[in-house]
Design a protein around this ligand. Sequence first.
Ligand code: ADP
Ligand code: MG
Length: 590
Amino acid sequence: MKGTNMKRIAWIWRIWRERPALIALLFFLTLLSSAVAVTYPFLSKLLLDALQGALETGAAARGDAMDEIDRIVLLFLAVGATGLVSGLFPGIRGLTNNVFEHLIRTKYFARVMSKDHRFFAAFRSGDVVTRLTDDLYDFPKLSWFLCSGIFRAVESISKVAFCLGAMFLIHARLTLWSIIPLPAMIAVFWITQDRIYDTFRKNQEAISDINSQLELSFSGARVIKAYACEPKYVRFFDRALDKRFSTELAVIKLETVLQLIYQYIDLVAQIAIVFAGGVLAARGEITIGTFYAFYNYLGMLVYPILDVPQLFVSGKRAFVNIDRLEEMDGYPGPKVPDVPVRISSVETIRAKNLSFSYPGREEKALESVDFELRKGERVCVVGPVGSGKTTLARALAGLVDPDGGCVEVNGVALGELDASSWRALVGYVPQEALLFSGTIRENVELGSDSPDDGLFREAVGAAQLAAEIDAMPEKERTRVGQRGVSLSGGQKQRVAIARAIARRPALLLLDDITASLDAANEERLMSRLREISGDMAVLMVSHRLSSLRYADRVVYLEAGRVLASGKHEDLLSNASYAGFIAEHLRGTGA
Ligand code: ADP
Ligand code: MG
């Protein structure tokens, strides 16, 4: 517990160190404002004592007393002017909260983006979004705590310290009475702290759940509508909301109870002081000025003393948020080899005895797959739905980690390669193409380091998109995705194909392009690819007879295994392959 608290404090310190000037300024202004606040009752006491002195002594001494009063009035003016400057600090505090929020979000977004596919399989996207948004902003979440929370405590603690200092100066014995509630409050805090941490963690998890659900229901809105299962989905959501409501209620209950306990402790102390102070004043053991100052200091102590445990309460909350950020950050990133091998071409890519099953699935998506693709070769992968074609393409792209066997490029295991030099050589078109909000051109050039007009035209030409782009309202500057023109699934995939070609890859992986291109266009794509680069290695998942005939080799998969591989014509003697072709290509002009 202690060790991890130290880690969290170190985390806060690291964030603070990014804005040292702001933090220093805040410390200075906060201490100054506490000092100003504590000075007023002290000056009042001096004034009252001077007045009392003037009343009690004869007319002769009144001139001296008036001089004293003048001096005190000047002091009041000076302190008031200082207060004006130090009064700026709450504004600076609010500003600093926003600065930290921005800083943390930028930093952790970049870190999340550096993770690989494992991370995104482990964390739901709604959860990641919550950790980078709701966890950070507003009272009393992390960024509030980092500045306002801590500096409110600095303000309170310094006020308490200055108050106690002034009180000790005036009357030590009476001061001791006011320290009585402190140990009791600290005790209450220590007893309840684990409860606090737990309650807030549950609450934040409930919020994450809701955001995940929202994300799912909006991205799946079409499906939900099509199946008319809105009521069912609304029920799911209600349940998540109920959970959030009940965890929030638990948070409020806990806060209320703690507030009440602290307030009662304080009230008892206040009564004790008024009683003791009153008795001392009546006996003439303290002056009216002293009693007045004490009464004021007591009023000033109440809120800061209540506020300090609040720091620990909101600290516990912030610690939950820090832990949630660090949990993402600590998730293992891509494995980096000790001596990464840089490559500049793909001579061969080979799957060696490759096996893989998706987490939580018994059956293997790939089983003992041996497969090789050489520079300049065009290989077609075919097989029934669920036979592992997509998984094979993902494995070759390095997007799944094999359970057994490995993928080698030019004889070097994928894991040993320098990731960026390898990535630069691969163009991968997933089965479900994804477009980002932006123009067509931005989408196509997403993966290109040095985009130019020539490459763009070449890519959209090869992907058989040129005519469609010309027909769009703003041509290649047409916005697509959110708040843009919506494209059909086939068009989206062709944009994805253009995106892959635009980087002139050495290895092109095309997953299931049958739906996006008709037979003639698929043929045109293939011959354009030849013209662009004769040495490009191409793996395509396609069920077009023309592509199968054209391919240098066909690999036939069934239930994760390679059942046959070779030239299409030669494979026709294989019963399962011939059966598959007869079954699936019926009516396609075969
Ligand atoms: P294909 O592309 O040939 O249709 P896939 O490679 O997509 O086949 O799937 C192979 C097997 O792996 C199937 O049994 C499928 O249900 C399973 N599978 C595919 N993707 C996932 C996933 N993300 N999580 C769990 N199982 C999956
Ligand atoms: Mg597939």
